[in-house]
Ligand binder design. Structure first.
Ligand code: C2E
Ligand code: MG
Ligand code: MG
Length: 668
């Protein structure tokens, strides 16, 4: 049956009240009260009836015997008159009084008998007998007692008659009354039981009804709670309590319709997987809740709204398009989230990448839609990630352009690996001061539609997508073959340096791959150096150093690349137990101009000497730099001054022709 929601709500509210504890107590209390009242009432009726009968039983004999006493009085007065010889005036008066009493008693007795509707012959006979006595007395009084002897005889006769009848009647009445009383009492007792059981039954039925009602109300509450939960899950993220993607998209689409300027901010946690993998999912959940709380507080302050879009992605809408203000908001978010956060004794410092776009920036395009805002904010977010994370990017057209280029590269890169569009270039490593080439670093190049793409344009993409593993394998296999073949053919002993991404160090496969490559190329392991750059991905130093130790066990050298570029640290030096340190060109650039740079390089060389590390100084472009490095005691170098990265044949040929001493080689 259809019920309007309002009616249903009212009915549910009424049932809630009835089925509440108070409701149940009141209703059952009412029924129990009814039982008690009925029991007391029936009991009082029984008692009343019994009392009435007692009175009745008392009254009947009283009136009957009183009438007989009056009769006796009349007889006695008449006897006294006979003894006195006449009915003296006093006796007459006495007789008349007694006759009056007799009349009254006889009348009362008659009425009582009639009232009780007793059709017992002795009753009627008693009435007749009493009436006849009254008549005898009345006649005597009216005739002024003509014959007292006759009067006495008549009275005695009537008395005998009346006494017999009255006594008989009263006996019968008593018997009858007693049996009637018994029957009535039994009936009342039965009724009491019936009423008691009836009410008890009603109470039971009411209790069952209340129980079922309560059961139904509890079931309805559970149903409503489940429905509420389903509604919550459809629109909220159960972990952080923030709105979920669906609700966020609905609200964003609705807000965009109002045409007020707003900014969409996407926030993505950096290295969240690492937290989950290292500290467990509970820690991961705690971090997400921590970030959720910060964002919702910020959203509340800026009268916007926040959401968890899924995984480690959050979003924020702020009703404002002032880029300066928004930039400082992003800085604040990054700083606030980066504040150390403690969970179960572990301290977390969470980094986030942020992408930001305002409606004003995209307003020049047709209508602003939720999808469009989301897409441009995504570009900004990707840019932040590509720029090394822990930063924010405000959307602009250049970013979008770069995004599409990046996307294209990412789509094409797997095919490039399959189709053999990757090439290995070699850059010489020289010993100082004679500048003799003793080895090469293998550097990958991508020949894309005839153009040479440098690693800076695709290595990061390859690392993010995991394709770097295939690229490194390709470079390792082809460069070991190249150098080994060259050495074999030309009797040289060139060494080879190969770059390995930190991503390899999450599995021990790389060790087998290196071993296999050396074996296939028949290259002595001592000629192979593996260059590793410390990156944020390489957090599991223990595992990385174990893998590196095994590779060292093969006989290869381990080199720490790009030392001095932020990630590489002294702690890293100790853990990795490398044999070579490659000093980044950022330190070399300033050598000629900066005294501090020279001091720094000197100190690094000193440390390396103490740690017994070979040092290769990268990025030497000028003779002046080469001389400074030489003067400081640098023994190995790499840089455009000695040779740019070139196709292998060219690089090797150059190395062969310019052995003694090597002059500046200008690459094409
Ligand atoms: P890297 O391993 O430090 O390699 C040296 C980079 O410095 C090379 O850039 C080289 O061309 C450049 N370079 C050398 N001398 C000079 C100089 O005097 N001046 C200037 N301005 N640059 C110089 P490239 O080939 O573009 O490679 C860049 C980075 O890409 C490499 O830095 C390395 O980290 C990465 N990379 C290159 N090939 C591979 C590879 O096969 N696997 C991996 N995982 N990374 C690679
Ligand atoms: Mg390198
Ligand atoms: Mg380097």
């Amino acid at each position: 049956m259809y019920q309007s929601p309002r009616k249903k709500r009212r009915r549910d509210a009424a049932l809630d009240v009835i089925a509440s504890h108070a409701g149940i107590v009141i209703i059952l209390g009412f029924f129990i009260g009814m039982c008690v009242w009925a029991g007391t009432y029936v009991k009082s009726v029984v008692e009343q009836t019994e009392q009435n009968h007692t009175i009745f039983l008392d009254l009947q004999p009283r009136y009957g015997y009183a009438a007989m006493q009056d009769m006796q009085r009349l007889i006695m007065i008449t006897q006294r008159a006979l003894e006195a010889g006449e009915m003296t005036p006093e006796l007459k008066k006495e007789f008349a009084d007694a006759a009056d009493f007799m009349y009254v008693r006889a009348d009362t007795f008659r009425r009582m008998v009639k009232l009780e509707r007793i059709q017992i012959s002795s009753g009627l006979a008693s009435i007749a007998a009493l009436d006849s006595i009254v008549k005898i007395a009345d006649d005597a009084i009216s005739q002024d007692f003509p014959d007292n002897r006759k009067l006495l005889a008549s009275l005695l006769f009537a008395d005998t008659e009346a006494t017999g009848n009255v006594v008989q009647f009263l006996d019968k009445m008593r018997v009858q009354a007693e049996s009637a009383l018994k029957t009535q009492s039994n009936a009342l007792h039965d009724q009491k039981a019936v009423v008691f059981w009836l009410l008890l039954g009603l109470t039971l039925v009411a209790s069952i009804a209340m129980f079922l009602l309560r059961f139904e109300v509890i079931a309805r509450h559970a149903r409503e709670a489940a429905e509420e939960r389903v509604r919550f899950l459809a629109y909220f993220d159960p972990l952080t309590g923030l709105p979920n993607r669906t609700q966020f998209q609905d609200r964003l689409a609705e807000t965009l319709q109002h045409d007020s300027p707003l900014a969409l901010v996407y926030i993505d946690l950096d290295e969240f997987k690492l937290i989950n993998d290292t500290y467990g999912h509970l820690a991961g959940d705690a971090v997400l809740c921590h970030v959720g709380r910060i964002l919702s507080t910020i959203a509340d302050k800026d009268s916007g709204f926040s959401a968890r879009l899924g995984g480690d992605e959050f979003a924020l809408v702020v009703m404002n398009d002032d880029i300066n203000g928004l930039s400082s908001l992003c800085t604040r978010i990054i700083a606030k989230i980066a504040e150390p956060f403690v969970f179960e004794g572990d301290i977390f410092k969470v980094g986030v990448s942020i992408g930001l776009a305002t409606t004003t920036q995209v307003a020049s395009r047709a209508t602003i839609t939720m999808d469009m805002m989301s897409r441009v904010t995504d570009f900004a977010l990707y840019t932040s990630k590509a720029n090394g994370r822990k930063c924010f990017t405000v959307y602009d057209h250049v970013i979008e352009q770069l995004f599409w280029e990046r996307r294209e590269l990412l789509e094409e890169l797997p095919h490039a690996i399959e189709q053999g569009d990757l090439e290995v270039y070699l850059q010489p490593k020289v010993s100082l001061p004679n500048r003799k080439v003793y080895g090469f670093e293998a550097l990958v190049r991508w020949r894309r539609s005839g153009q040479l793409v440098l690693p800076s344009d695709f290595i990061k993409i390859a690392e993010d997508s995991g394709l770097i593993v295939d690229i490194d394998r390709f470079v390792l296999v082809s460069s070991t073959q190249l150098i080994s073949n060259w050495n074999a053919e030309h009797g040289t002993d060139f060494s080879l340096s190969v770059n390995l991404s930190a991503l390899h160090f999450s599995s021990s496969q790389i060790e087998n791959q290196v071993e296999q490559a050396l074996w296939d190329a028949a290259m002595p392991p001592r000629l192979l150096t593996l260059e590793i750059t410390e990156t944020s991905e390489m957090r599991d130093w223990k595992q990385a150093s174990e893998i590196l130790a095994e590779m060292k066990g093969l006989g290869c050298k381990i080199s720490i690349d790009d030392f001095g570029t932020g990630f590489s640290s002294l702690a890293y030096l100790r853990t990795m137990k490398a044999q070579e340190l490659k000093i980044d060109r950022s330190l070399v650039n300033e050598l000629a101009a900066s005294h501090q740079a020279r001091l720094l390089l000197n100190s690094v060389l000193d440390i390396a000497r103490h740690l017994e590390l070979e040092v290769v100084i990268e990025g030497i472009e000028t003779d002046e730099q080469a001389e400074i490095v030489c003067a400081m005691g640098g023994t190995c170098a790499q840089g455009f001054l000695f040779g740019r990265p070139l196709p292998p044949a060219e690089a090797l040929a150059n190395a062969m022709t310019a052995q003694e001493p090597l002059k500046s080689v200008r690459a094409s």
